[in-house]
Design a protein around this ligand. Structure first.
Ligand code: 13P
Length: 344
C-alpha cells in the first residue's frame, strides 16, 4: 500500500466494509472480560483479540481496518506471528488509538466534563507507530449532554485538540480518525433526539472550523461521529427512520464533501439498531461521503459472549463476529434486512 493519505482513507471505507474498533484501553477491556468471568491478563487479552483477528470470514469480507491499543500493536499471536501481521494478511489496515484518555476539564464543570489528552510527545509516538505498521490513528473527544451542558469551553477544547492531533497524524503519513463523540449513555442521559441534534451540529461545526485553522487536509481524514439519537435514559425514543434522517441532515449541514468517509461509532446502541440505522442512511439520497461502521461494542458483544474465554469456543466466537460484520457490511451498502438476522 502507498503512503498517500487519500489512498489509505479510501481503503478504510471501501464499499461494503468497515472498521473493527478493538482499541479498548487496559481498563475498558478488563470490564469486557469481567463480563464473561475471564481474568484480564496480557495473555487473555491476546487470546481474545487473536480470536477476532483470525476470524477469516469477517476479516476478509467485511473488515477494512482494525483500531488497536498500544499493547496489541506490539503483541504476538500464540504462535509468534505479530497480531498486526494477521490484520495485514486479511487486507485490512492496522490503526492505533493515540489519545491517552478523557480527563476532567479544569474549571466549573470539572466534575462532569472532560478534555481528551495525549498531545505531548505525540509526534514521536506517531513515528514509532508508523514504524510498527499503523497507517491510521484514532482520537476520541467526549461531549456530555446534561443540564446547561455541554459548555462552549468543552466543545472548543476538545475540537482544538482533535485538530492538533489530526495535523500531527498527517505529518507522519497517518490518516487521523477524527472522533468527536456526543454521548448517548451515562448517568444523566435523559435528553431527547432534538437536543442531541443541536449539540452534534454545534460540535461538528466547531471541529471542522478547527481542522481548517490547522490546515488539515480533509481528503485524508475519516470522521467518526455519533449518530443523532435520544439519550439512553430518555423517555422519548425516536424511530429508526428519524435517527437516520436526522443524522444525515446534521452531517450534510456540517461535514464538507471533501471528507472521503464517515465511520460511525455505536455508542451504546444495540447491535441490531446500530446496523439498521446505518443501512437506512445508506438508502437515502445525496450522500457525498462513504458511510460505514467503526463499531466496538456493536461488533464485538456477541463474539465476546460466544467465546467466553474458552479455547473450544474460538470457532463460535468467530462465527458470531462474522455474522455481525456481514450484517454491517450489508448496511454499509444499504442492503441490510431484518430477516437476514434470523437466517444466521
Ligand atoms: P463503540 O462502537 O462501542 O461506541 O466504540 C467505538 C469506539 O471506538 C469508541 O471510541
Amino acid at each position: 500500500m502507498t503512503d498517500r493519505l487519500e489512498d489509505i482513507a479510501a481503503a478504510m471505507v471501501k464499499p461494503g466494509q468497515g472498521i473493527l474498533a478493538a482499541d479498548e484501553s487496559t481498563g475498558t477491556i478488563k470490564k469486557r472480560l469481567d463480563s464473561i468471568n475471564v481474568e484480564s491478563t496480557a495473555d487473555t487479552r491476546r487470546d481474545y483479540r487473536e480470536m477476532l483477528f483470525r476470524s477469516k470470514d469477517a476479516m476478509e469480507n467485511a473488515i477494512s481496518g482494525v483500531i488497536l491499543y498500544d499493547e496489541t500493536l506490539r503483541q504476538n499471536a500464540k504462535d509468534g506471528t505479530p497480531l498486526v501481521d494477521l490484520i495485514r494478511a486479511s487486507i485490512a489496515v492496522p490503526g492505533i488509538k493515540v489519545d491517552t484518555g478523557a480527563k476532567p476539564l479544569a474549571g466549573p464543570t470539572s466534575d462532569s466534563e472532560t478534555v481528551t489528552e495525549g498531545l505531548d510527545g505525540l509526534r514521536e509516538r506517531l513515528a514509532e507507530y508508523h514504524a510498527l505498521g499503523a497507517r491510521f490513528a484514532k482520537w476520541r473527544g467526549v461531549i456530555t449532554i446534561a443540564d446547561g451542558q455541554p459548555s462552549w469551553n468543552c466543545i472548543k477544547a476538545n475540537s482544538h485538540a482533535l485538530a492538533r492531533y489530526a495535523a500531527l497524524c498527517q505529518e507522519a503519513s497517518i490518516v487521523p480518525i477524527v472522533e468527536p463523540e456526543v454521548l448517548m449513555d451515562g448517568a444523566n442521559s435523559t435528553h431527547d433526539i432534538g437536543r442531541c441534534h443541536e449539540v452534534t451540529e454545534w460540535t461538528l461545526r466547531t471541529v471542522f472550523r478547527e481542522l481548517a485553522d490547522a490546515r488539515v487536509n480533509l481528503e485524508g481524514i475519516i470522521l467518526k461521529p455519533n449518530m443523532v439519537i435520544a439519550g439512553q435514559k430518555s423517555p422519548t425514543q425516536a424511530s429508526a427512520n428519524e435517527v437516520a434522517e436526522r443524522t444525515l441532515k446534521c452531517l450534510k449541514a456540517t461535514v464538507p464533501s471533501a471528507v472521503p468517509g464517515i465511520a460511525f461509532l455505536s455508542g451504546g446502541q444495540s447491535d441490531a439498531a446500530a446496523t439498521e440505522h446505518l443501512s437506512l442512511m445508506n438508502q437515502m439520497p445525496g450522500r457525498p461521503w462513504a458511510m460505514t461502521f467503526s463499531y466496538g461494542r456493536a461488533l464485538q458483544a456477541a463474539a465476546l459472549k460466544a467465546w467466553g474465554g474458552r479455547e473450544e469456543n474460538v470457532a463460535a466466537g468467530q462465527r458470531a463476529l462474522a455474522h455481525r460484520a456481514k450484517m454491517n457490511g450489508l448496511a454499509a451498502r444499504g442492503e441490510w434486512k431484518a430477516d437476514l438476522e434470523k437466517a444466521a
